[in-house]
Design a protein around this ligand. Structure first.
Ligand code: FES
Ligand SMILES: [Fe+2]
Length: 441
């Protein structure tokens, strides 16, 4: 449970809010690189943390990101011309470079102070892992910036990953809480009561794993902190005395990885980016450090599979809030727990259903919410510290974002730290060895 004040603090990310200030200390995804496919191509609307911006790939292939509002009289630069390394407002021809400096103000007399004082708000960008990232913190053009977080999928050749995004129609924080709470898998993603455990074709695990998850709705959770967040492990009873462990990473301010992956399998992760306080983008990525993704996998992901939602050309899920996720009540009665197709869609339905902004003053948490509590504590502490002038350190530790999570088996009594060490060669899942594909380059 949170106080009303902390719930406000956690969920609001506008530019003047403490959490908004905190988020702006970290690089944020603002578009997929493929949404800006062409140099001098059409600008793209970008709405992020309550700011309305425009992105454009300039003549040299660099992505610009500026306020959508022209400083002259407020015309929208989305309708502007992307020309000759600059964006030009088509109302009266004011033209700006990537840093928002005016290059031409045709209706302003030469010698006017406007040439020195007018500035269009603009943010630096980088491309990493087929995503355009922006730095929206203070003085972004006048100082050395941190590096983009080195999430593993971005370190690999493009053939080893699939990157997409989807709209989620609720506040960012309850959505990431849904991902960190891995105990819900025992219900939300399961077949209907009485239906065999292998009957959910969307669940990314085999029959045994599903059975263990289903039969033990009370996993024992352990949490290990690291430089940029924490890893949470949940242990369930498996065959005999052994324990089936599932681990998920949380990295500040809003990244996570999924818990099912066994060695050799494809990994999945997400990054949440608030659009405003009641909508967010979930950037979703699949990657395999050991091999390129197969055509069959890519084909499946494009059509929605597992934690990757089926989306339209604007990345809006086909099954969404407006059509009640195409819930099928007969299916819910006889086949699946939810009656909704797709793990991602099942998650979306239930997270949206908590309200546009979940009211955390009314909840009753249980031991299975350990990671949810730790997540809140971490981001609230970061935002509150920044409000008193203490800058977060995680944005400076880009290399510490190379993290993995997944499943493993151990005898009863083995600690989570030991499980992580055996599974990943590191007690919190840091990537310590260079993947073979990179070592060979
Ligand atoms: S409103 Fe943009 S140049 Fe006049
Ligand atoms: Fe889920």
């Amino acid at each position: 449970m949170l106080t009303a004040a902390d719930n406000e603090l956690l969920t609001r990310t506008g530019a003047q809010t403490p959490m908004g200030q905190y988020f702006r200390r970290f690089w944020q995804p603002v578009a997929l690189s493929r949404e800006l496919a062409e140099n001098d191509g059409a600008p793209l609307r970008v709405n992020i943390m309550g700011e309305n911006l425009v992105a454009f790939r300039n003549s040299e292939g660099v992505v610009g990101l500026t306020d959508s509002r022209c400083p002259h009289r407020g015309a929208n630069l989305y309708f502007g011309r992307n020309e000759n390394c600059a964006i030009r407002c088509v109302f009266h021809g004011w033209k700006f470079d990537l840093q928002g400096r005016p290059l031409e103000l045709p209706n302003v007399p030469p010698g006017s102070a406007y040439h020195q004082t007018i500035r269009l708000k603009a943010y630096p960008t980088r491309e990493y892992g087929d995503i355009v990232w922006a730095y929206m913190g203070p003085d972004p053009w006048d100082r050395a910036l941190p590096e983009v977080p080195e999430l593993e999928f971005g370190t690999l050749p493009a053939s080893h990953r699939y990157v997409t995004k989807k709209l989620q129609e609720c506040n960012w924080a309850q959505s990431i809480e849904g991902a960190l709470d891995t105990s819900h898998f025992s219900f939300l993603h399961m077949p209907a009561t009485g239906v065999p455990s292998n009957a959910n074709p969307d669940a990314p695990a085999d029959e045994k794993r599903l059975r263990w998850i289903r039969d033990d709705p009370l996993p024992r959770f352990s949490i290990l902190e690291h430089e940029v967040g924490f890893v949470v492990g949940g242990a369930r009873r498996a065959e005999g005395d052994s324990r089936y462990w599932r681990s998920a990473q949380f990295a500040l301010p809003a990244h996570s990885t999924t818990p099912s992956t066994l060695p050799g399998e494809t990994h999945f992760g997400y990054t949440w980016v608030p659009i405003d306080d009641v909508n967010c983008w979930i950037y979703t990525y699949a990657w395999n450090p050991d091999r390129p993704l197969s055509d069959e996998e890519i084909h499946k992901f494009k059509g929605g599979h597992g934690v990757i939602a089926e989306v339209d050309e604007k990345f809006i899920p086909i099954r969404n809030r407006s059509n009640e996720y195409l819930i099928d009540r007969e299916h819910q009665k006889h086949i699946s727990y939810t009656g909704v197709r797709g793990v991602a869609e099942q998650d979306a339905m239930i997270q949206d259903s908590q309200g546009r902004i979940a009211d955390r003053t009314q909840e009753h948490l249980s031991p299975s919410d350990a990671a949810v509590v730790r997540f809140r504590r971490a981001v609230l502490a970061g935002a509150k510290a920044l409000a008193t002038g203490i800058e977060p350190q995680a944005p400076l530790r880009h290399a510490a974002y190379r993290l993995r999570s997944g499943s493993w088996f151990a005898a009863e009594g083995v600690s989570f730290e030991q499980v992580m060490l055996e599974r990943f060669g590191d007690p919190v899942g840091r990537i310590t060895a260079t993947p073979a594909v990179l070592a060979a380059q």
